[in-house]
Each structure stands twice: as structure tokens, then as C-alpha cells.
Design a binder for this molecule. Structure first.
Ligand code: F42
Length: 325
């Protein structure tokens, strides 16, 4: 399966145009990120729903903190209704810096995610939910319209969250691009699946990757460099070590990003970093990497930002040379 990610830092109608193009080029899913400072995720998904016919529409990803679980259920259920059953609820624990800025306390993200998913499943099933959780409680909340069967995917990186996805989710959205990371991730997901008596076949293991494609490899590389720099600066040292990258670069790149010194940032991104944190290059380069990921157990590849130096050309190239190739 193939997905594409858009960040609604762009106007919604522009994303609708790209999404229609992605649908025409054979993509199965579109994922819309959720950050309070961008356009609202559900508004965006609703517009995409009325502008498309077949592509599945996912939040990629929302979180359990900014909206009450019953409100989130109502929002995604409305998208599911408008789209004729094409909605997917992607949820992740979110990140502390964002919640600090919003004045929201980030308490026990794993427990909060687990309890939110359990409440969502009950709400989607139309039940009157009585849940007394450690962090998420409902006292008789019930939807007044049918939500339909909405798959729940989890945005996860840490070992315990990966296990949780294996235990309770229909899919795991993993921000990674390299087979080594999936070797580790799939083991954790399987641990969770085994503990719940589930089969790996029931879990869509998704590489939510930084993706940049162009017929000219240098152009693809340059378009992805800045995104890779941000990924490196935000990576746990253990992940960098896994790829043979000195964790000291977190300080160098992070410091330059903080100062807005993007010349230094771009100069600090090495080919090793590109290889570790992006799927990039010509269609043949991208196909080779996707094949490696598939061997590791990846069942969906999401082309995430930047997709390519020219988004329209990149979407068409993926459609022609990868999905249809
Ligand atoms: N975040 C956004 O805010 N918006 C987005 O649009 C977005 C998209 C996205 C797409 C794919 C993806 O993989 C992630 C994405 N994210 C997005 C980020 C996502 O929301 C998470 O921030 C990210 O996945 C990191 O999560 P993580 O799996 O590393 O989980 C964190 C919380 C972690 O520390 N996990 C630990 C682990 O091992 O997995 C477990 C921590 C734990 O067990 N905590 C206990 C608990 O109950 O929560 C408490 C421990 C204690 O004693 O306090």
C-alpha cells in the first residue's frame, strides 16, 4: 500500500488539489498531520472527503490530549460519513513542547493513548461508555449517529508504544525510512501482537517516511536535506548510533536550527544521515529502498514531506514509476 502525507501549513484547498492528484496516481491513503498552529485536521479531512472518491483519509496523527475522546470520535465519524466510510483515525501521544505551549499537561502518554483507544472503540461501536480509567474516564457518553467501522492506527516510535500498537491498533505509523529501524520496530510490534493473541497480518506496519523523488538525484537530495536535519536534531542518541552517526551532531544541528543558521544546518547533513532518515533519489533508488523495507515487514509506505522538489511532478512520478511500475 502507498500513502502520502500533507501538512496543513499549506491552505486546505491546495492540499485538496494534491490529494486528488495522489488519488488519480494510485495512492491508497492520505494522512493529514495535526498541530494546533496549522489548519485544523478534521476540517481538512472533510474537504478532502468531498473532493475525492476512493482514497482513504487519515489523521496522521492526532493526539489524546487536545480534544476530549468523545469529541474526537464525533469528528472522525463525521469524516467517515461524508466520505462514505473512508476515514482512518491515526493517533499518537504527541510531543511535550507543543503541549507546553498550549498549557496542556502531558501526563503518562502511553496510558492515556491506551485508554483513549479503548474508549474510541466503544464509542465507534455505538455503546454507552462507562469507563473508569486512570486518565480517561467516560460516564455514559454515547454517539447519536453511527460512526461505522473506523480503523485506528497509532503513531509510535518507542519500544513500549510499538508494543501497544501491536496489541491494540489496526496499524502502526512509524516515522522511519531505513530497514534497520524496522528490524527493531517489527520485533516490538510482534511482541505486543503475540501478547494479545493477534496476528501480524492484522497490523499495517507503515513507514511514515521523509520522501523525496526526482529524476535527478541531486535535486531530490537537496529538497530533503532540511527535513533530515530536523529529524537528526530530534532523534534519540540511540537511534543515531544505530546508523553509525555521532550523537554529538544533535547539539551542532539543533544549535544552528535554533539560531536560524540554515547554511550551517544544510552543511552538517551528511550522506549517512540522508541514507538513514530519508527515502530519496530517482524512482529506481526509491524502489530499491521500498523493496528492502517490504522485506523487513513494512506493508505501507507513506511519502512524507517533502515528497520531491516539485510536489506535482513527484506525485506523478511515484504513480507512474513506483505504484504503477
Ligand atoms: N505528533 C503530532 O503532534 N502531530 C502529528 O501530526 C504527528 C504525526 C506523526 C506521524 C507518525 C508518527 O510516527 C508520529 C507522529 N507524531 C505526530 C508524533 C507522535 O505523536 C509521538 O510524539 C511520537 O510517536 C513519539 O512517541 P513515542 O512512541 O516515542 O512515545 C513516547 C511517549 C514514549 O516515551 N514512549 C515510551 C516507549 O517506550 O514507547 C513509553 C513511555 C511510557 O511507558 N510512559 C508511561 C505511560 O503510562 O505513559 C509512563 C511512565 C511513567 O512512569 O511516567
Amino acid at each position: 500500500m502507498y500513502g502520502i502525507e500533507f501538512v496543513p501549513s499549506d491552505p486546505v484547498l491546495k492540499i485538496a488539489h494534491y490529494t486528488k492528484l495522489a488519488e488519480q496516481n494510485g495512492f491508497d491513503n492520505v494522512w493529514i498531520t495535526d498541530h494546533y498552529n496549522n489548519r485544523d485536521v478534521y476540517t481538512t479531512l472533510a474537504i478532502l472527503a468531498i473532493n475525492t472518491n476512493t482514497i482513504k483519509l487519515g489523521s496522521g496523527v492526532t493526539n489524546p490530549y487536545t480534544r476530549n475522546v468523545a469529541v474526537a470520535a464525533s469528528s472522525i465519524a463525521a469524516v467517515n460519513e461524508i466520505s462514505g466510510g473512508r476515514a482512518i483515525l491515526g493517533m499518537g501521544p504527541g510531543d511535550k513542547a507543543t503541549f507546553d505551549a498550549m498549557g496542556i499537561e502531558w501526563v503518562k502518554p502511553l496510558t492515556t493513548t491506551r485508554e483513549t483507544v479503548s474508549a474510541l472503540r466503544e464509542l465507534f461501536a455505538g455503546k454507552k461508555v462507562q469507563q473508569k480509567g486512570e486518565l480517561v474516564s467516560l460516564a455514559g457518553a454515547q454517539m447519536a449517529f453511527s460512526a461505522g467501522n473506523i480503523p485506528i492506527y497509532l503513531g509510535v516510535q518507542g519500544p513500549k508504544m510499538l508494543q501497544l500498537a501491536g496489541e491494540i491498533a489496526d496499524g502502526a505509523l512509524i516515522n522511519a525510512s531505513h530497514p534497520k529501524d524496522f528490524e527493531v520496530a517489527v520485533k516490538e510490534i510482534k511482541k505486543g501482537a503475540d501478547s494479545a493473541g493477534r496476528s501480524m497480518k492484522d497490523i499495517d506496519v507503515t513507514a511514515y517516511a521523509c520522501f523525496s523523488i526526482d529524476k535527478k538525484v541531486d535535486k531530490a537530495l537537496n529538497a530533503a536535506k532540511i527535513v533530515v536535519a530536523f529529524i537528526v536534531a530530534g532523534s534519540p542518541p540511540m537511534v543515531l548510533e544505530r546508523h553509525g552517526i555521532d550523537p554529538g551532531v544533535i547539539g551542532t544541528i539543533g544549535g544552528a536550527i535554533a539560531k536560524g543558521d540554515f547554511g550551517t544546518v544544510m552543511g552538517a547533513v551528511t550522506n549517512e544521515m540522508m541514507d538513514a532518515f530519508a527515502i530519496y533519489g530517482t524512482p529506481a533508488d526509491c524502489v530499491a529502498r521500498i523493496d528492502e523495507l517490504t522485506k523487513m515487514g513494512v506493508t505501507q509506505v507513506v511519502a512524507g514531506s517533502p515528497i520531491g522538489p516539485d510536489k506535482e511532478k513527484a506525485i506523478k512520478l511515484i504513480g507512474k514509476e513506483i505504484i504503477g511500475g
